[in-house]
Structure formats: C-alpha cells, structure tokens
Design a binder for this molecule. Structure first.
Ligand SMILES: [Mg+2]
Length: 302
C-alpha cells in the first residue's frame, strides 16, 4: 500500500496507543539534515537540536539516532546525552546502559584497511573522490566528481573490491534502484548473524556513494529491535528515515508502530511519508506534544 501523507491524517497523538511511551528512531542525513556534498558540513539546526533535547528529556519518549556514519561522528553531531546512538547502520550502538557492537563486525577490519590502501591508489587521480574510513565500513564518496568521470570511479571501485565482496548481495540504496528491490535483504543471506561462507563484505549503493559493509545478518531494523529490547518500558515505536537502509526498519516496525519515509517515494514499506527533511520538525513537534502530555507517564526507566 502506498504511504499516506503524514499531515493529511489526524494528529500523531491520535495514532499512538494511549498509555505507551514513544520510542522514536531517526535517521540523520537526509532526515534531520539535508544531504551535502561534504558530509562533514552537515550540522543540526539549533531548533531541531532543541526539539530532540526536549523529546529525549521528556518522560514519555526515548530517542535513538540510527545512521550510516561512524558512531563517534553521529554522537558528536547530535551531542545530546540520554540518546541511543547507532553508528555504521546500527552495527555499533551506545546508549543509556547499553553498548553493543556486532560480534562479527570487528573481524572485517583488516580487510577494510587493505581495501582502503588499494582504493587510495586507484582513485588518486580522479578529482572529487574521497574515502571515509568508518572502522567497520568504508565509503567511497563521489558527489563532487564530474559527471563524465563517474563511470571511471565505479569501474576503479569494483575492479579493486571484486575479490572481497559477495556480489549477489549488492544492495541498491539510490532512488532508481529502489523501484526493483524493496525492501533490501538483511546484510547476509542465511546464517544467524554470521558471515556467509564466502566473502567478508558486501556493497551498498547509496546516494553518490559506494559503501563496503560487513556481510552479516544485521541492519537498521534489527538494531531498532535490539534497542527496543534494551528499553525497559513498553514503547510504541516511531521510525523516520529517508533511505533504502531505513526500509529494513520500516519492514519490522510498520505493523506495531508509525513509520515515516522522508521524500515522496511511493515504493516504501513505511505507512506514512513527509515531503522532505524540511517537514520533519513539524512531525517532531507533534510527537513532543504527545510525549509531554501531563499525567500519563511515569518516570522513564533506562
Ligand atoms: Mg539518510
């Protein structure tokens, strides 16, 4: 079913089960901030930070940020205590009373380093490319590359990584690819959280990025469920995200919670959508009112 425009329906508070606290999950790039050529230049607007702080401090809401960025990076950019932070698409999580790193993720580190060195040499002459080492994942950025050079970037990338990746698991995160494969599968086929018996890594094709991630059965949906488990209160989940990696979370949370895709895509498993990141503050406002409703909630228990 195509998603419904969020502000066409009733207030968010009417959709949330009464007497339940909210577990709010948010993506970062493209959801809380616009996507920039240089991801280092993405900063949270003070008004949104205020909203997040207010939600995180309210008795009725637990806030989590799940991002493809490195854990330390996303933590620094939000900078609010009492929030659960999931870096590297939820592979690495830290929050009140919780610290989790996927047990298989660390073993990919030597391979990530090796590929990093190989790729550095391959892309040195292509202007506008750069590599981001996020410990458990490695991202090749080419947003600043001339249109005519993009195919050379991709060629150089695949030539270098071919022997390390599970080709059948290449994931499409861009809008064009989305049409053919919603939702994306978990990060490995088969096995309970372990590597497939072939290659250590898979590729996620993002918005002007190619990303190498561990070939493990883990994604933002599983990360959200793990956080929900860590929260002692029974919570009503609300998830907001703009990208294909968020579809895994929509798929596991849509039945019991509110899922909101940022952007006008009709090919999503989310129940609702907002038109762009510019409308996210309005949705957060509605949640703040609900989360602060007097007399409903007892103190939060982490
Ligand atoms: Mg995003």
């Amino acid at each position: 079913m195509p998603p419904v425009y969020l502000f066409k329906c009733k207030n968010l508070s009417d959709l949330i089960k009464p007497d339940q606290k909210i577990a709010l999950f948010l993506d970062f790039d493209g959801t809380l901030v616009p996507i920039q050529k240089d991801p280092a230049q993405c900063f949270l607007m003070p008004e949104i930070k205020k909203q997040l702080r207010s939600l995180a401090n309210s008795e009725g809401c637990y806030v989590s940020i799940l991002s493809g960025r490195k854990l330390s990076d996303i933590r620094k950019r939000i900078g609010i205590p009492c929030i659960y932070y999931g870096g590297n698409h939820g592979i690495d999580i830290a929050g009140p009373g919780m610290r989790y790193t996927h047990p298989k993720a660390s073993s990919t580190r030597p391979t990530i380093l090796k590929i990093k060195h190989l790729l550095e040499k391959e892309i040195v002459d292509i202007k506008g490319t750069w590599l981001e080492d996020k410990k458990f994942t490695l991202t090749l950025h080419f947003r600043a590359v001339k249109k005519g050079d993009i195919s050379s970037v991709k060629k150089a990338f695949y030539k270098t990584v071919a022997r390390f990746i599970e080709e059948t698991n290449i994931l499409h995160s861009n809008t064009k690819g989305r049409k053919n494969n919603p939702p994306i599968p978990p990060l490995v086929k088969g096995g309970k959280g372990g590597f497939s018996n072939k290659k250590l890594l898979i590729v996620i094709k993002g918005k002007k990025v190619l990303e190498l991630v561990p070939n493990i059965s883990w994604d933002k949906g599983k990360a959200a469920l793990l956080i929900l488990k860590a929260i002692k209160d029974k919570c009503f989940p609300v998830y907001v995200g703009d990208d294909q990696t968020d579809e895994n979370a929509f798929s596991v949370l849509s039945e019991e919670g509110i899922t909101i895709r940022v952007g006008k895509s009709m090919k999503t498993l989310a129940k609702f959508y907002v038109k762009s990141y510019r409308e996210v503050p309005q949705a957060l406002d509605m949640l703040t009112i609900t989360a602060q409703s007097e007399g409903i909630y007892e103190k939060k228990s982490f």
